[in-house]
Design a protein around this ligand. Sequence first.
Ligand SMILES: Cc1ncc(COP(=O)(O)O)c(C=O)c1O
Length: 433
Amino acid sequence: MKTKYRQMILTPEEMPRQWYNILPDLPEPLPPPMDPETGESRIKALPEFLLGECLKQEFSDQRWIDIPEELLDLYFQAGRPRPLFRALNLEKKLDTPARMYYKSEFYSPTGSHKVNTALAQAYYAKKEGYQRVTTETGAGQWGTALAYGASLTGLKCTVFWVRAVYDWKMDRRVLMELFGAEVFASPSNRTEFGRTFLEKDPNHPGSLGIAISEGIEDAKKDPKAIYCLGSVLNHVLLHQTIIGLETKKQFEKFDDYPDVVISCLGGGSNFGGFALPFMHDVLKEGKKIKFIAAQSQAAPNLQGEYRYDFADHGELTPLLKMYTLGHTKDMPPIKGDGLRYHGCSPILSLLRNKGLIDAVAFPVDERYVFERAKIFIQEEGFLPAPESAYSIACAIDEAVKCKETKEKKVIAFNVSGHGFMDIPGYKKVLGIK
Ligand SMILES: Cc1ncc(COP(=O)(O)O)c(C=O)c1O
């Protein structure tokens, strides 16, 4: 063991002051968004549904982007920086020669990494004179994070929540409402797009693609409102790089460095935020790291086709070049529903296409994943969000492989959220009465 400490913290002074933008360092230019052959230009309409500052960041060629002072203060209020833990108990239990480290995004006040971009987007929305933010949410984590960001910056917030999850996470809805948000099960009666689905099926389970279309439609009808997206886009991954940048500093203090970097991937914000600062070292400094995205077979978007597709079901967004299962694809609901999205962020898709990111997809019944989360709970003592359980399962599998090969690899994984509001999911999958 290289250090006697089980966790590494950073002081507020040591917290990074800039986000890392990988665009100038990519192996080739990122394919730009495109318009479909017919219909109005979605690209010309972008300023109507993206914040001005986020739109600038989306296409920026600056490698480092300053985090505004007031936003840093909001990050401190949200408890950043967050510790990096050495998983000593887990290593012992698995009897692995690997050294395992995990980042603790579960210390977030709303339960996940999503606050990192929620605070940024709410801060810019307020600065740009908006009074309300609208959004979609799958797991409920992003909706809660934006409700929290809106509350701290003095904005109203409207959340369209995929019905399949809204129905079993009642307490999370209450939390969003405590933050002052209004929350609709999606598809909803509030938008024209939602109504088209409800007419066919009043209990339609919804999808992130549908909820995104509802969020955009709702904001477009109100000049004082702006839509905010919780994943996929370049600026969202940019805001999330605070996770990986902190982690790199903590590895320096541990005097160690990862061979394998793992995280779960839905639209890509958590994986991107954790992995991209390390990808910089691979692209620019010749480091060798294996990156693994942990997914569900319900939505293995990294096994889809690499092509242009819409980010939403209603085709309101421009076409993005990404790995996709098709924007109208039906995908079975799972407890880790934050991973049930048809496409992967364009940045990560390009890196995947260049062979720089591996992917695994775990079975839809989620038993395999939750059984491994249970080992983590019992050895490390933290209850992960269902989505984060996928990172853990993948990290455990890699550590077990190290036992077989006797390799002393260093495995880093991100536990993107806590599962205190997901107990019904654990009960159902693990058959707990
Ligand atoms: C806790 C948690 N982790 C990971 C994800 C996956 O989303 P993304 O790939 O955008 O990070 C979600 C999505 O809701 C989530 O709630």
